[in-house]
Design a protein around this ligand. Structure first.
Ligand SMILES: Cc1cc2nc3c(=O)[nH]c(=O)nc-3n(C[C@H](O)[C@H](O)[C@H](O)COP(=O)(O)O)c2cc1C
Length: 353
């Protein structure tokens, strides 16, 4: 029998991928209900849940949720937002069929990658040895202010939850949210308090296309110089172009050195410029964290740094602005598939007491 497939609306998908926890309801053959909180990832189509190693005394296949699914594959998953401001209340319920995907299957490794990308805690757990639960949505219900501006997340949650997004839904970003993101960037630490950066917000298809084309020409020349095959060059250019055009908003970060101190020697002048670049990085990170904290997703594109003149020309920028990076802003299509790995603190830090 062919499975029914329910497709989430962009607002439902955007709400679902923002949530860090959901409740999974299963039932045994006799209808006895069972509901538990679960971490999950959404790949744009299916919802995946790991069976982690927490209940050490029970093999994963003896877990009640798994036994229920083996008896009866009908499940429901609810993700919700609670707030004391009831104008922000919202939930989504996905009903569908769950199945266990065994380790070794290609869908299994893709799901593990997705889950590890979303939850750094899974990096340390041997979830890859256990089957995962994959839910095929058949019916979706949602209620409330799915699209409401999120009240800001606590800082550590935003720091650990933020991730680079490279694929967006076709959904507009409210002007007010863009402004709040830029407001966060404005408050970054800066050398002498001079704010040596300026931002250009690009939203129009025509402008984004012009920019993508100009940067693409330079990149093509560089890739060809590196001896890449025509096929590879074409594929990479298409991917990068799509990424820029699909993002609802691009923010171009430019260095602006006019207000910096001027030194008679090159060494100090270079340090002054480096400070400005460091500050641009701080402004970018402020923007990324603010975006995440406000319910938006973001990514970083370094391409302008490699062809600043092309960018200036394509956008008709003031020549005193030096293009450094683009931030993409929008709502993620699903949890990003790229695995996020970090060096341990032991590798990064030395204590010289
Ligand atoms: C200076 C800088 C340049 C970057 N340039 C790109 C880029 O051009 N394309 C891209 O996909 N990601 C780019 N990134 C994002 C990194 O790939 C990403 O931060 C890293 O893989 C860690 O993943 P996470 O941001 O999800 O934690 C850049 C990040 C930084 C700080």
């Amino acid at each position: 029998m062919k499975e029914k497939t329910a497709v989430l609306t962009p607002a439902q998908a955007a709400f679902l991928v923002r949530q860090r926890v959901a409740r999974l309801a299963t039932a045994s053959n006799s209808g006895e209900p069972h509901a538990i909180p679960v971490c999950f990832a959404f790949d744009g189509r299916l919802i995946h849940i790991a069976l982690d190693e927490k209940p050490k005394n029970v093999p994963p296949t003896r877990l009640k949720r798994v036994r229920n699914i083996l008896e009866n594959s009908d499940v429901a998953l609810v993700a919700d937002r609670y707030s004391e401001d009831w104008d922000l209340l919202a939930y989504i319920m996905v009903r569908g069929r769950a199945r266990l995907v065994e380790a070794g299957a290609p869908e299994h490794s893709a799901a593990i990658r997705l889950l590890r990308g979303k939850y750094k805690q899974y990096e340390q757990m041997k979830i890859e040895e256990n089957p995962i639960i994959s839910i095929h949505p058949e019916h979706i219900a949602s209620w409330g202010a799915l699209e409401a501006l999120e009240s800001s997340k606590p800082l550590m949650d935003a720091l650990l939850g933020r991730r680079s997004v490279r694929s967006y839904l076709n959904r507009e970003v409210p002007e007010e949210v863009i402004e709040r993101v830029l407001e966060a960037a404005r408050w970054a630490p800066t050398p002498h308090g001079r704010q040596p950066w300026r931002f250009a917000v690009l939203r129009r298809e025509k402008t984004k296309t012009r920019l993508a084309k100009a940067m693409g020409e330079e990149w093509r020349a560089n890739l060809e110089m590196d001896g890449q095959s025509a096929e590879v060059v074409e594929k990479r250019l298409q991917g990068s172009r799509k990424r820029l055009l699909d993002a609802p908003v691009l923010v171009l970060l430019c260095l602006y050195s006019e207000d910096l101190d001027v030194y008679p020697d090159a060494v100090r002048q270079q340090s002054e410029t480096m400070m400005a670049v460091q500050s641009l990085g701080a402004a970018a990170e402020n923007a990324l964290l603010a975006a995440y904290s406000l319910g938006l997703d973001a990514g970083w594109v370094c391409a302008p740094l490699f062809c600043p003149e092309k960018v200036t020309e394509a956008l008709g920028l003031d020549p005193r602005l030096i293009p450094h990076a683009l931030l993409t802003l929008g709502y993620a299509e699903g949890d990003p598939p790229k695995r996020r790995v970090r060096k341990s603190l032991d590798e990064l830090v030395n204590y010289w007491d």
